[in-house]
Every structure is written in structure tokens, then in C-alpha cells.
Design a protein. Structure first.
Length: 716
């Protein structure tokens, strides 16, 4: 749709930069290797820490034979529960209580496989690894349980886990068609290209942290509180981040590195291996879901029920909010949605791209396709029939809602009209072909943020905001927003981010980063413009600075249902003899607020959709019940979609600025993955006549489905 343009030196004074495709301001630095990541910033006198992770899933550490490894070359320290500094365990941080997984080396308890039991510090990374891998740890092992499923003993309903209206059972009983189906999604991992890494040093009485995170002020404040330091005594920077997706908050390696730097009074770096990333930095819980839908002959929903189970650790409750998906999406006379949680002996799951909506949409959007089939209705028509005018459960108005516009535009671009709804009717050689669709939504939020904009004496502008660019292009988007607010060309704007000294700001999370930061930057820039002297020469050497804090502006937002929307379309080819599924086409059309930079925005959407493809067909972390650990904690065993798996992939959008947001943003980081897996599973059904309710749709499952179909006939 849009091609990249290059702005030249003769760019007009008034930029209109927002909405024009622009490559990343730090792009050249990144592709030439000049950009330094947390694990590669050079420091004199740097020591290297290596985490030692528990090999048992539950029990106690009985003994750590540190003497033997202290004698190894280069070893400087072995930190563990008997000698490590104490941290506070009553901290309520910026985003709630930190996961107790960060309270490392405080006692001898082992709550899960991969729990950090020691940090070995040495002169070089290789020496640290050698010593860490030869450290003998003796355990007192206790029986563990890592198994998960619906209706297991110990499952409970979290606080505010249910939402209901109407008499569900009565409406189900009165329905013409009732669908009752169960779905599962497996444990999934973020798999950021850049593994977690941190470098820590004490400098001039301050703790300086060079990190890879989603929010430097968040990590700084949590670290300060854990170590009982003044907030001003901790500075965290995170200049470049190679992907995060929810996993890059405060983690065990940060705390271990701070302990080591404090003990040794030397800079200490801890870099995780891919296996350690799998073990210690969070993941998406597996889910087990039951959807019940009851409808009239014309497709109107009488009953909508969704029960969503996830697991959590024994240390902390984490709710994967999958049952929230339907609460805003579909009208029904009776609505009942519920979360259930099961604590087992695993590390705590965490947010992962579209937490809740990604698995929740798989179940709901698959179930709607199944219902459409039974009603003999077009799947899009069924969604149109159940489009709400206000929040189906809340009764609140929508700030704006253009789901149907997405379906209309998507159907036109994809060529949905004229589709033969009957399954297993299109064939091409060994391939069965099918198409499918699904809806998509993600909450549109905004959070208080501070920002400062300085007019420099040389005619340029400096923006300071504790944003994080985790690969999204946020730094560039903020440059464009500031340029337009200042009415100057983007070349005159320098955006500095990811430094906790810039003050409180929302994190790169919840699809709320660029929206929250952009609002604050725009407000500061406009304020500054009003205060500038008429002649640029009158700006003093230290510049003129305007600061904003959006707390009060945001508090004034009225109560509404605020969401982005999308429609996902997929075409697949399935070889039922080999079980191979190939996605041929994916199209997503989104109504997701004002698009700041079409180039990086498209990459956000298609990146999310690629995750959805990967979720549908490949991704699955497998735990060994006997050890409680992963059997495939690397990219050889944990399959993610590679280039050859990703086909003609298109993301488009329809104009949809948020009416209550001065920048117009709604947030685009997560919606791309929502509904994609359902669209693909629905297309696989259309191709083969077999429903896949368990992800991923592996070849063995396709073969099993084919065998069952032959046994029981096409209506199994
Ligand atoms: Mo994202 S899962 O909100 O970091």
C-alpha cells in the first residue's frame, strides 16, 4: 500500500511526518553492528556470572560443593542461599508484586525445575560457565506434579475470574442449535532473538544497570525496592532490545547480577543461554478451554459460555485472561465466562504477546466457525448477526468499533464471496485446499507517563521519555509524533529513550507503549512550542524544556469499552497422506487506531500474524512429567515458523483514530496474533472436513484426524 519515502535535507519546516512510511532512526546502527546490546557493552574489569539452575522440580538444596569450583581458574565467587545478600520479599512494584522467582538465593526451597540455585562469577564467561557446570549441588527431592488439564484437583477460580449475565442453562435449553466443544493450546515461549542479558556496576554511589527490558523505570524501581535502596540510587538503561514480547521484566538474572556486583565491587554481566531463557524468563501457560454456544435458527446467540483454564506456579498466581475475549465481542442473551487456575510445580507463566486474547480467541473463533457450519450460515454473517451495540456484559458504550468494516474490507481483498462453504471440495494434486476466517480484538489502553522536550540552542529538539523500543519502531514513531507536534522536520528531533533517569513512564506492554509515550511527548512538545521565543537565536545554551505528566489527562477519560479490531483470513493446503499443512495466504485487516509509521506498523501486524501461524502449526513446549523440565528448550526442538513456512502475508488497515486520544493511537503490538490460529484451524477444517481443537496442528494430528474420519465418516 505505502512505499518507503526518504526525506531529504530540504524537508519542509512543517513535517506532517505521522502517516508517512519511514525506516527506523537507529536502523543503520543496527544493521552495521554499531548498536550495542546489554550483553556486549564493553566495560573495564568486567566479571561474568553464570546461573546454576536446579535439576529437580521440587525439594530442598542440601549441599553446594563450592570449594571444588572456587579452585577452578578465574573463579571469583559462588553465590547461593547461604551467603547471598538478603532482599525484601514484600515489595509491591510498578506492575504489582514481582514474581517471587526474582527472590533468588534466599532459602533452600526449590519450587520448580530450572530454579536458580547459585551464581558462579569468574573473570571470563567461559570460566564462569565451566565452573557453573561442574558445581555439584545435592538435593533433597520431594514428589512433584507438573501435569495440567481441566478439572484437575486444586483448580480454583481467581478473584474476579467470572463475569455473567442472564440464565445460561435456560438459554442453552431454549436454543435451536447448541455447540459444546473443548479446545487446548500448549505451553508457548516468547523466543526473543536476543536472549536476556544484564550488566551491572556501582558507579559514584549509584547502581547502574545496562539491560534488555520493556521498561527501565519499572525495572529500576523494583530493583531499588528489593535491595532497600533509594529510588534515585538506581539507574537502568536499555538502549536496544532484540525482542521481548512480555518476557523482559525484572528477572532472576538481574537480582543475581546485582548481588554479585555488590559483593565483588566490580561490574558483573549475566547473559542467559537459550535453555536458561526457557527456564527462567516466563512463558505462556498451556490452556484448556470449553466453549458452549446456543443459537436460534437465524444465528442469534442466546447463550455464550467460555471456561478457560491455565496453570500457574506454587509461588504466584498468574491468570491467562482468555475468557475475557468474548466479554466484549459477541452479544448473547446469557453470557458466562470464567477463568480457572491450577498451581503446579513449574516456573510462573507470564504475559506473552496478546496474553489471554491469543489462546482465548483460538477457542471462541473456532467455536463460532463450528456453529456456523451447524447452522448452515456463512461464518462472517454469523458474526454480523451477533455484533453488539454496547458492551455485551458491561453495557458500556464502545469508544469506536469497526469489526464489521474489517470483515467487509477483508472479504473483498481476500475474495471471500463465492466461497463454497462445503468442506473437502477443493483439491490440487496431493493437496486439499480450504479457506477460513476469524475475528480479532485487543484492548486499547493508555497509562500515565512523563516526558520532556527540549528546544536546543542549535535549532534541534531533544525528547526524553523512558520508553522502550523492543523492536517495534517506537523510537521512530515518537520522533514522528514529536516532529508534527513541534511543526518541524523529523531530522531536527532526537528522541532519547530507555533511561530510568528520564522519569516514570509506562512500559512496552499491553499494546500501550507508543500510545502512552506518544500522548506525553505530544503534550510536552505542544507546550514547548507555545513557550518558545520568536527568534531561534534567543534560546539559551541550556535550551528550553517543557515537561508533562499525563496522569490527570488520562484520569479524565470516560468509562468506555476501548478496543482495536481485526479480521483474519487464511488459505491452507493440507496433504492428508503426510499430515503436512501449508499456509498459502494470510490476510489481516485491522481497525486499530491511527497508524503512525506504516512501515513499522505493517511489520507489527505481520509479525503478530506470523506468531499466529506459528501457534497454529508449530509451537509447543513439552514438559517431561518425570523431571518437570522441558524436553525441547531450544530452537531445534521448539519449532517456530521459519521463512519457508511464511507465505504471502498481508496486513492492511482501515482508518480508525481513537476519538478520545489526542494522537489517535489505539495500539498495534498484539492484535496481529489474535484470531490467526483460529482462521488457520478453520481453513484446515474447510480443506479436510476435520476439526482441530488442539494446537498445534501437527502432522500426526492431521493423520489421526484422517484415520478417524475414515472410520466414522465425514460427520465425526
Ligand atoms: Mo506484551 S505480552 O504486553 O509485553
Amino acid at each position: 500500500m505505502t512505499t518507503q519515502t526518504t526525506q531529504t535535507q530540504s524537508a519542509p519546516a512543517r513535517a506532517n511526518a505521522v502517516g508517512v512510511a519511514r525506516s527506523r532512526v537507529e536502523g543503520v546502527e543496527k544493521v552495521t553492528g554499531a548498536a550495542r546490546y546489554a550483553g556486549e557493552i564493553p566495560f573495564a574489569d568486567l566479571a561474568h556470572g553464570w546461573l546454576v539452575l536446579s535439576t529437580i522440580a521440587r525439594g530442598r538444596v542440601r549441599a553446594i560443593d563450592e570449594e571444588a569450583v572456587r579452585a577452578l581458574p578465574g573463579v571469583l565467587a559462588v553465590l547461593h542461599h547461604k551467603n547471598a545478600p538478603r532482599v525484601r520479599d514484600d515489595v509491591i512494584g510498578g506492575l504489582g508484586r514481582p514474581d517471587p522467582i526474582v527472590e533468588v538465593f534466599q532459602d533452600d526451597r526449590v519450587p520448580h525445575a530450572g530454579w536458580p540455585v547459585a551464581l558462579v562469577v569468574a573473570e571470563t564467561s567461559e570460566q564462569a560457565r565451566e565452573a557453573a557446570e561442574s558445581l555439584v549441588v545435592e538435593y533433597e527431592e520431594e514428589p512433584h506434579d507438573v501435569s495440567f488439564g481441566a478439572d484437575r484437583p486444586g483448580t480454583y477460580t481467581p478473584e474476579e475470574g467470572e463475569a455473567a449475565k442472564g440464565d445460561l442453562e435456560a438459554e442453552l435449553a431454549a436454543s435451536h442449535v447448541v455447540l459444546d466443544a473443548s479446545y487446548t493450546t500448549p505451553e508457548q515461549h516468547h523466543g526473543a532473538m536476543e536472549p536476556h542479558a544484564v550488566t551491572v556496576r556501582w558507579e559514584g554511589g549509584r547502581l547502574e544497570v545496562f539491560d534488555s527490558n520493556q521498561g527501565s523505570k519499572w525495572v529500576a524501581d523494583d530493583l531499588a525496592n528489593l535491595f532497600s535502596l533509594d529510588l534515585s540510587a538506581v539507574r537502568v538503561r536499555s538502549e536496544h532490545v532484540g525482542g521481548a514480547f512480555g518476557s523482559k521484566g525484572l528477572r532472576a538474572h538481574h537480582v543475581a547480577a546485582v548481588m554479585a556486583a555488590t559483593e565483588l565491587q566490580r561490574p558483573v554481566r549475566v547473559v542467559l543461554t537459550r535453555r536458561q531463557v526457557f527456564a527462567t524468563t516466563g512463558y505462556r501457560s498451556p490452556t484448556a478451554q470449553r466453549v458452549r454456544l446456543g443459537a436460534d435458527p437465524d444465528g442469534r446467540l442466546r447463550a455464550f459460555a467460555h471456561e478457560h483454564h491455565n496453570l500457574t506456579s506454587t509461588m504466584r498466581e498468574f491468570v491467562e485472561n482468555g475468557a475475557s475475549y468474548g466479554r466484549s465481542m459477541y452479544e448473547a442473551t446469557a453470557h458466562h465466562t470464567a477463568h480457572r487456575v491450577l498451581p503446579v510445580d513449574v516456573a510462573t507463566p507470564t504475559w506473552m504477546r496478546a496474553p489471554g486474547e491469543a489462546p482465548g480467541s483460538f477457542a471462541v473463533e473456532s467455536a463460532l466457525d463450528e456453529l456456523a457450519e451447524r447452522l448452515g450460515m456463512d461464518p462472517i454473517a454469523l458474526r454480523v448477526r451477533n455484533e453488539p451495540t454496547v458492551g455485551p456484559v458491561s453495557g458500556l458504550p464502545f469508544s469506536s468499533r469497526n469489526l464489521l468494516g474489517c470483515f467487509e474490507e477483508g472479504a473483498r481483498r481476500f475474495g471471500w464471496a463465492g466461497r463454497d462453504p462445503r468442506p473437502r471440495t477443493r483439491r490440487e494434486g496431493r493437496w486439499l485446499l480450504g479457506t477460513g476466517t476469524a475475528a480479532s480484538t485487543f484492548p486499547s489502553g493508555v497509562a500515565p507517563t512523563t516526558a520532556a522536550v527540549t528546544a536546543e540552542a542549535d535549532g534541534t529538539y531533544t525528547v526524553r521519555v523512558t520508553a522502550a523500543d523492543v523492536g517495534t519502531g517506537a523510537r521512530t514513531a515518537l520522533t514522528l509524533i514529536a516532529a508534527d507536534a513541534l511543526e518541524v522536520a523529523p531530522e531536527r528531533v532526537r528522541v532519547r529513550i530507555a533511561d530510568s533517569d528520564f522519569g516514570p513512564a509506562w512500559v512496552a506492554g499491553g499494546s500501550m507503549g507508543t500510545r502512552s509515550w506518544g500522548w506525553a511527548v505530544q503534550a510536552a512538545a505542544r507546550d514547548l512550542r507555545e513557550r518558545l521565543p520568536l527568534a531561534p537565536g534567543d534560546i539559551p545554551a541550556e535550551g528550553i524544556t517543557a515537561r508533562t505528566d499525563t496522569t490527570e489527562l488520562i484520569a479524565r477519560l470516560s468509562a468506555k469499552e476501548r478496543y482495536s479490531y481485526g479480521a483474519q483470513f487464511a488459505e491452507v493446503a493440507v496433504d492428508v497422506a503426510s499430515g503436512e499443512v501449508r499456509v498459502r495466504r494470510l490476510l489481516g485487516v485491522f481497525a486499530a487506531g491511527k497508524i503512525i509509521n506504516p512501515l513499522t506498523a505493517r511489520s507489527q501486524f505481520t509479525g503478530g500474524m506470523t506468531w499466529g501461524l506459528s501457534m497454529a502449526l508449530h509451537e509447543e513446549a513439552v514438559r517431561d512429567a518425570a523431571t518437570g523440565g522441558h524436553v525441547n528448550a531450544d530452537f531445534a526442538g521448539y519449532h517456530v515458523a521459519a521463512n519457508a513456512d511464511v507465505p504471502d502475508l498481508q496486513a492492511e488497515w482501515i482508518d480508525d483514530p481513537d476519538p478520545d486520544d489526542p494522537v489517535g493511537i489505539k495500539g498495534i503490538g498484539e492484535i496481529g496474533i489474535v484470531g490467526t490460529a483460529a482462521a488457520i484451524a478453520n481453513a484446515v477444517w474447510h480443506a479436510t472436513g476435520v476439526r482441530h481443537r488442539d494446537l498445534p496442528i501437527r502432522p500426526d494430528r492431521v493423520l489421526l484426524g484422517e484415520a478417524r474420519r475414515e472410520e466414522t465418516g465425514p460427520h465425526a
